[in-house]
Design a protein. Structure first.
Ligand code: HEM
Length: 214
């Protein structure tokens, strides 16, 4: 809602793939045909991880990649909220909401927004990493995509005018301090026809994003 460009692209992808119906909302479609929606979900969790910090205990002596010694029994805390915003990890635009960072061109498929490119679980740690990776990760992604598709096919969401930047409370999870105030109205524009999609490759948001890269 705070990013009209992303919202427009998201609605266009959903309309283009699903044609205003939930009939085509299959597992295959959710996995492979909605790369932009998947990118928006991952970009949201990168900047707003529902588990924003964590603590682990070393089971054996070890040395971290930067040379720090760790001894069995030591506790190590880390903030994935900070990791998600770290420019050394995500680049200069780390604090910007840019779903395109999760997409690569897909010449075979010719999908308008390219192909979803997952990151290493040790870089994108919102679902933890390693042997104790979130067991529900794939389920959570599918659930989020289904909900996004169903809602955006039917409703339009707008932040109330002059909405302040939402603040979060410090907690084990990441609750908001105040409710997000929005206006929800039924969509009257119907599914956007494919002709309103990115007309020329040079106007593709994905290519525009890549064009910025050195
Ligand atoms: C956006 C949604 C979700 C996020 C961000 C998330 C994140 C996480 C994180 C960070 C952990 C690691 C906690 C730790 O041990 O330090 C975790 C563990 C786990 N999650 Fe999720 N989770 C999500 C949704 C789900 C769902 C929908 C399910 C089940 C259907 C689920 C099931 C589990 C289970 C069983 C574990 C424990 C895995 C283990 O310790 O081996 N999660 N999740």
């Amino acid at each position: 809602m705070a990013n009209p460009r992303v919202m427009r692209n998201l609605v266009q992808e959903i309309d283009h793939v699903l044609h205003g119906s939930t009939e085509h909302l299959t597992y295959e479609v959710l996995q492979n045909r909605l790369p932009y929606a998947k990118a928006v979900f991952h970009e949201t969790l990168r900047l707003h991880p529902p588990v924003p910090k964590n603590i682990k205990q070393a089971v054996a002596d070890d040395v971290l990649p930067d040379g720090t010694r760790v001894y069995a029994g030591d506790f190590i805390g880390y903030s994935n909220w900070c990791m998600g915003r770290n420019k050394k990890v995500w680049g200069e635009d780390a604090e910007q909401f840019v779903p395109e960072r999760w997409l690569v061109p897909d010449p075979e498929n010719r999908a308008i927004f390219g192909k979803f490119k997952p990151e290493s679980q040790y870089k994108f740690v919102s679902f933890n990493a390693g042997p104790r990776l979130c067991l529900g990760q794939q389920f959570a992604i599918l659930e989020a995509l289904v909900t996004t598709c169903v809602l955006l096919q039917r409703y339009q969401f707008r932040l109330t005018p002059d909405h302040p930047v939402p603040q979060v409370k410090g907690s084990v999870t990441l609750p908001m301090k105040k409710p997000l105030m929005a206006t929800v109205s039924r969509r009257t524009d119907g599914p956007l026809p494919a002709s309103t999609l990115v007309a020329k490759a040079s106007e593709s948001p994905l290519e525009a994003h890549f064009a910025k890269e050195p």
